[in-house]
Design a protein around this ligand. Structure first.
Ligand SMILES: [Zn+2]
Ligand SMILES: [Zn+2]
Length: 271
């Protein structure tokens, strides 16, 4: 069992610590990785992989069985590079800041409220480029975004030059976790697939060669929660909303879906 990432760990370069610490205090992540956790609020990252977020040590412990294989793989991948590449670092902070924003865009983009089954075969892809910004978590902006079939996404990832070995090992692990999630929630929960890719191009490309960075986010999504989303949250042009939120650095906060908590609570108490 790893510790929760309360403080920047001592094995990091001191020069990065102050900015990283500031970022984590913002607590933009709002969804606990533990699938049936009702808590909405600032979360703490898994100190090992920084790719899962928890409201409490209890939730982290309950989720460990599902998370362990993915955590180990990401950790191994991180350890192979002595220093975190710049685009990876920017993407890590960006993903933390815009996690709720991306999940919302994914739910709306796939029209899951009315077409729940699309979650099985499609995902959200966001291509990002560097931009100057005062906030560490907002130094990427959208070049292109859309929803695609998972098979299509595979070939897109080949084309943008992300580390194939990393991805080819990560995806099956996530598929396994997904199956176990479906089993342990009796089909009430599934994983959304969100692929965030940062490439070093565009007018503000960083000097030098920087390999593309990829983060695959797979937040748990509850069917009862999505199906009963209020239309006011759901209507409108999701892609334009996503672009505006990123462009103006306005990450979604953990406000949405209060009503749906009732459904989840009902479901949980009926188990
Ligand atoms: Zn939790
Ligand atoms: Zn982890």
């Amino acid at each position: 069992m790893p510790d929760q990432g309360k403080k920047p760990s001592t094995n990091k370069k001191p020069s990065k610590n102050s900015e990283d610490a500031k970022e984590s205090e913002d607590g933009a992540i709002s969804y606990c990785s533990m699938e049936n956790c009702l808590f909405r609020g600032p979360m703490k990252a898994c100190a090992r992989c920084k790719s899962a977020w928890y409201c409490s040590v209890q939730c982290q412990k309950k989720h460990w069985e599902l998370h362990k294989p993915i955590c180990n793989h990401i950790l191994e991948h991180i350890q192979r590079t002595p220093e975190e590449p710049l685009l990876d670092r920017h993407l890590r902070h960006w993903s933390t800041r815009f996690e709720a924003t991306m999940l919302n865009a994914c739910i709306r983009g796939l029209n899951l409220k009315h077409e729940w089954d699309r979650i099985e075969k499609e995902g959200l892809v966001i291509l990002l480029q560097p931009r100057p910004h005062s906030h560490l978590g907002s130094r990427l902006h959208i070049q292109r975004a859309g929803v695609y079939k998972i098979e299509v996404i595979h070939s897109m990832l080949d084309a943008v030059g992300v580390n194939a070995e990393h991805r080819n090992r990560l995806l099956p692990l996530q598929m396994e976790a997904r199956q176990r999630l479906q089993e342990r929630t009796h089909g009430f929960a599934d994983q959304a697939y969100i692929f965030a890719i940062a490439r070093n191009d565009g007018p503000n490309a960083i000097e030098g060669r920087h390999p593309s960075a990829l983060r695959i986010l797979t937040p748990a999504v509850y069917k009862p929660q999505v199906v009963s989303m209020p239309m006011t949250e759901y209507d409108g042009d999701w892609l334009q909303d996503l672009k505006d939120q990123i462009h103006n650095d306005r990450p979604m906060q953990h406000k949405p879906l209060q009503k749906l908590v009732i459904h989840r609570a009902e479901y949980l108490s009926s188990r």
